[in-house]
Write a protein that binds this ligand. Structure first.
Ligand code: FCB
Length: 453
């Protein structure tokens, strides 16, 4: 697909791609790595087709190939994640220096190619012993996370100029603790809320630990979706508002304003909540937004209307998720709504004003099959234009990391959903750049030429 050139993004804008450890590394028990809650979940047959991530994309062995692909793209930065159980296999106690050595090599390789390493410290792979002890339901897990953050920063802060504490805490809580569709498979519904507080605390404590270890330029990656109300009844409005609060504001508000979106939430949270909120809301250098699609939400539905990535929502929940009609849909059946990105960014700016730090889009992308992925090109083009409209409207956005550099293990969907700019043959682990790779490379080059960078 030929697209007209993108409008010029601000000088210094970071062009990047994202990935995560569980989804790519493989080498699940190599060099002293311990199991994660996700490895255990896979072993229970919870990933489609009985797949697991023991091979992943082979990133642990082939990272040099992937860094070369990033270099070929002209990427400024690479967002990857550090596997907590690779670094501290027991979740607490001894550090596995061979695990750290891997990230050391990866960071060096990125730096040698002039690519900014942007590690996420937690992209969902909790060390299994911590998960077995209660995971994020336990306050201690937040402390363990801060200790781990310090260990990673001690080793890497001299070369890593950009840090991400936690990825998508709302998904961990909703899918992992409330609905049981992701590891650790708990179905606690609203009793999952303490786990939300502990993840927030983990973020805050990790920010302190990172700064104490000399790390700077710290953010996190939060998923945001504009919420549309399905229907017109009071129940519909209530359902949509509650969903909006739980998924968009329960994490953003404490982090950016030091308060839960609703006093009732604060009273449901464990521990010295006011003191914790002071830790949670320590100023950030930037705020990461992951965007995929808007959500259409109303009163609970009984007739299989619920459509949260194919997940059945329990009838006890006071909201129901509906299928949002859109002309284009991804292979995952997600709605393609580029302007939702502009809408949510302007909404964040309006809600938080001066309290909103500069933004990076830490994830945005789509699953489609095939190497000649013209629909991914259309998706990226549309979303980058929407992002530019947000910048024009005055939102301070500093970078864009597409999800994902290569196809990878899409959690419970296994290898079936392909989000990469680069195709992975899961039999041979051969990498083949798709049409979208060439498109993104050319778009980045045109931006550089335009800004004289
Ligand atoms: C996000 C996750 C990421 C990837 C994309 C498709 O929710 O952070 O790991 O699975 O969705």
């Amino acid at each position: 697909m030929t697209t007209s050139p993108l409008p010029a993004f601000p000088p210094g804008f970071l062009w990047g791609a994202s990935a995560s450890a569980f989804q790519t590394e493989g080498a699940a028990d190599a060099e002293g790595k311990g199991p994660s809650g996700w490895d255990a979940f896979a072993a229970q047959g919870r990933i489609k087709d009985g797949a697991d991530a023991s091979r992943g994309t082979g990133f642990h062995e082939r990272y040099r190939e992937d860094v070369a692909l990033l270099a070929g793209l002209g990427a400024d930065a690479f967002r990857f994640s550090v596997s907590w159980p690779r670094v501290i296999p027991g979740g607490s106690g001894p550090v596995n220096s061979r695990g750290l050595d891997f990230y050391d090599r990866l960071v060096d390789e990125l730096c040698a190619h002039g690519i900014t390493p942007a590690p996420t410290l937690y992209h969902w792979d909790t060390p299994l012993p911590l998960d077995e002890a209660g995971g994020w339901l336990r306050r201690e897990t937040a402390q363990r996370f801060a200790e781990y953050a310090a260990v990673v920063a001690d080793r890497l802060a001299d070369r890593v100029p950009m840090w991400i504490t936690i990825n998508e805490p709302a998904e961990v809580i909703l899918l992992g603790y409330a609905l049981g569709e992701h590891a650790p498979g708990k179905q606690l519904l609203f009793d999952a809320l303490p786990a939300a507080h502990h993840q927030l605390l983990a973020h805050g404590l990790a920010v302190q630990a990172l700064r104490a270890a000399g790390a700077d330029n710290i953010g996190l990656a939060v998923s945001h979706s504009p919420v549309r109300t399905a229907g017109t009844s009071d129940e519909d409005r209530f359902g949509a508002e509650l969903y909006d609060t739980l998924t968009n504001w329960m994490f953003a508000d404490p982090i950016l304003t030091g308060a839960y979106p609703d006093e009732d939430f604060a009273t449901l949270m464990p521990g010295p909540v006011a003191e914790d909120l002071a830790v949670i809301s320590a100023p950030l250098d930037w705020y990461g937004v992951n965007y995929y699609q808007p959500m259409l939400v109303g009163a609970p539905a009984t007739d299989a209307l619920d459509d949260f990535a194919g997940i059945a929502m329990p009838a006890e929940l006071p909201f129901g998720i509906r299928r949002l009609e859109s002309e284009q849909r991804t292979a995952f059946d997600w709605a393609v709504v580029p302007d939702g990105l502009r809408e949510l960014l302007v909404g964040l700016r309006d809600r938080f004003g001066d309290r909103l730090p500069p933004i990076h889009i830490t994830e945005n992308g789509c699953s489609y099959d095939g190497i000649d992925d013209q629909r991914r090109i259309a998706f990226l083009d549309g979303h980058l234009r929407a992002l530019h409209r947000a910048i024009d409207a005055g939102v301070d956005v500093r970078g864009y990391f597409t999800w994902s550099l290569t196809d990878n293990i899409e959690w419970v969907e296994g290898a079936s959903q392909r989000f990469g700019l680069v195709h992975i043959d899961y039999d041979t682990l051969e990498r083949t750049p798709k049409a979208s790779y060439a498109w993104y490379r050319d778009a980045i080059a045109a931006q550089r030429a335009g800004s004289g960078n």
